[in-house]
Write a protein that binds this ligand. Sequence first.
Ligand code: ADP
Length: 499
Amino acid sequence: MPTQSKTKKTSGSKTEVKSTKIDFGKKILFAASEAVPFIKTGGLADVAGALPKAYVDAGVDCRVILPLYMDIKQELKDKLQYLGNLYVNLSWRFQYCGLFKAEIDGVIYYLIDNEYYFKRSGLYGYFDDGERFAFFSKAILDCIKLMEGFVPDIIHANDWQSALVPVFLDVFYRNDDLYKNIKTVFTIHNIEFQGRYSGFISGDVLGLPDWAREYVEMSGDVNYMKGGIERANKVTTVSQTYSHEILNSYFGYGMNEILVNRQFKLTGIINGIDVKSNDPKTDGFAYVNYDLASFDKKVENKLAFQKDLGLPVDANIPMIGMVGRLTHQKGLDLLSPIITRILDMGVQLVVLGTGDYKYEEMLRGVQNRYPNNLRALVTFSAELASKIYCATDMFLMPSKFEPCGLSQMIAMRYGSLPIVRETGGLKDTVIPYDYTTGKGTGFTFYSYNAYDLLNAVERAVGMYRDYKEDWQKIVDNAMTQDFSWKNIALRYIDLYKEL
Ligand code: ADP
């Protein structure tokens, strides 16, 4: 429950933390299509796992709501308590909706049950995703009636899968006293994925009356993200740089003009990482745990990983890691033309990820030619991800665009120095090293150009080999950065206070 406050207000409007408690008496329902520890395909799950936890740790009543997917592990399903059921009206449909609850690590999670929509393997990619997540968004609102008296003051929706919450709330629920004061925040984690469907959906699935269809209609289609942007009281995105970038057409994926019009309610707030679960000192998948004080032990991870991967075992070989979806977003088109030039430097590159077949094949093909230098681990594995962060000296993230990016922050925490393109959250979290001041946490390049990427890798590898003192300085800088959610939670609370 909201706090007994040890927090103090300054003369300005910002909240100052004097202790770990935040003075905020409102209730928040955090809606996301994935959340750690239940289910994860990407960064959204990390955010939905960590930000609400940061609120709860600070004494703010925040609960999380997500679908009850088939793929959620049985041990977590066993923790669920049934709260009740109702029927959700979606145009002409009446769909069963059960609500379950679990408390994990102090955070209350609600899970929405409908086997027709969610008893399928995987999370996304079905022909009826538009209907599935319209159901999810409407069910969130209906299920407030089953939450044993918990009525949120704020619903914080995330990405297109819950973008219709502010739309449905305004169109169907405002006359009900329970809902009339609820405010909404909508966060864009990746503007490329908008939930775009053919125009007939606004009537046949969403059941919107004619006057409300303009909220979601865009270029003859229905666009869920547009609805969230139009109707939410505040719109945020996950870094300040990205909040500027998406106002222009290169980054905006068609949404830029709408965002320019709604700029008055748009803010960029950088994500953090869960510093407890992403800690080389306690990481259960590390071969050998270490921290900055015992940094010399990190190399033992490299040696053990090289052995496990069947690579030449040698502490002096620079090892570069890459963890992420293998898509154009992550800069694979920049890497492809110069990957062999990187390997020719005598480095080892370990890539973990799944995604587009063409990139998977490219990596497998190069691995056949460079068996001593490249490992393409085409899978999703938290264990391998940890091993990469622990073992590597450098971490590559040459993204075409990157709303925030978590991997580069995790890498820095593990003393694996990032080589990134200066875009979105990468620009906001990685400080390019400047040897004249000794400041900086990694290596960066600006243009979307393969040779600039190659040059950045050359600079990093050169410094690793020849300037050990500078290298250690950058490691010190990187590993002492504060990427925790505590301060970020405060920034969101300040935003909620404006509502
Ligand atoms: P995204 O654009 O996918 O959200 P982020 O960098 O924001 O990218 O977050 C990716 C998160 O998912 C990081 O925690 C990263 O370690 C993890 N991750 C990505 N791909 C894999 C994989 N193949 N196996 C394990 N973890 C992965």
